[in-house]
Write a protein that binds this ligand. Sequence first.
Ligand SMILES: NC(=O)c1ccc[n+]([C@@H]2O[C@H](COP(=O)([O-])OP(=O)(O)OC[C@H]3O[C@@H](n4cnc5c(N)ncnc54)[C@H](O)[C@@H]3O)[C@@H](O)[C@H]2O)c1
Length: 371
Amino acid sequence: MAIVKNLGRTLSQLLQSPGCGCQTSIVPVRCIGVSPRQVTSDASFHSVSFSETDHPRVLITEYKLIVPCAFLFRKRFGRNNVILSDIRKPPDDVFYNGPFIYSDILDYKNLCEIVVNNRITWLFHYSALLSAVGEANVPLARAVNITGLHNILDIAAEHSLRLFVPSTIGAFGPTSPRNPAPDLCIQRPRTIYGVSKVHAELMGEYYHYRYGLDFRCLRYPGIISADSQPGGGTTDYAVQIFHDAIKNGKFQCNLKSDTRLPMMYIDDCLKATLDVMEAPAASLSMRTYNISAMSFSPEELVQEVKKHIPELQVTYTVDAVRQAIADSWPMNFDDSNARRDWGWKHDFDLSELVTTMFNILGSDSRVAQIN
Ligand SMILES: NC(=O)c1ccc[n+]([C@@H]2O[C@H](COP(=O)([O-])OP(=O)(O)OC[C@H]3O[C@@H](n4cnc5c(N)ncnc54)[C@H](O)[C@@H]3O)[C@@H](O)[C@H]2O)c1
């Protein structure tokens, strides 16, 4: 009976806590121990400074999509205050631009070592298996996207980190409103990717209300970047078209020509990510926001690309798995809450996006330009 009473009291305290910025002093779950495999930071990656600084010390899990983000953060926070990590070997431009470290998000102790040894204060958690790749290997997607996220949440809560996790249009499903999808609505995705992202949104918010974790999450549209190769997502056709158009003047699209999806140029994505991380906690009326910039179909993108490469030949060979995924996703996002709460505003529309992609891919890569 006493247990039931205590449980009731705890629950009622929990449910009464304020919507945002509520904190309890209870810290979750796993104890922090010193790993027998602890090594000095210098042994793990190169060129790390330990000088005192007011800047956040940032760890980013994965290096692909977010490479330009890391480079911008390094300009802002200092080169050695931003550490990239992945389980894959980075290319030279990533490795020599600043600290890079091997990190498997399924290895909890290793993650702890990295956070402690480098006094990390902000964690950007990008590692994930995307939609099409996830459907091809559900057990791995479940491990990386769900078990990996649990490791990240525990470490972030235990070490009082500010945590950013990207969500996606894939977190919505066929029963969600599609044009536009608001921040709060039915979310019943039918891919392991989508299910894991809804799980991430809910667990992050739960840790925020339960343990005071400073969790911040944006639902990205399809992100278009000249710096990263397509990685197995359903919106990747909109990146592939630029590479194929420049390389051989031909493009085979794996979605139907009229499949409309929300998209965003990488610079807008980076700006939104930094803005929401720097926003005062008091301005955040929620912890997971939609962000939106444009919405287009393959045919509309093709027409815009043809303004630069008129001879482009396009064929449509629909991939049934990707098409079913795309048909279950929103065509548009309602991002009015982000615009109101922390002043989100996009800069790139379709025509600017296409011109910028050709400017970058047609000349040196932007990584070289930033360096
Ligand atoms: N690309 C987009 O358009 C888009 C849109 C919305 C959200 N996002 C989100 O952005 C993030 C990154 O997307 P992306 O396009 O770069 O994906 P990607 O598939 O290109 O890269 C995923 C990265 O995760 C790494 N990884 C896999 N297993 C790992 C492990 N056990 N430990 C550490 N790293 C591991 C891989 O090595 C890879 O570098 C994802 O969380 C995704 O949901 C991307």
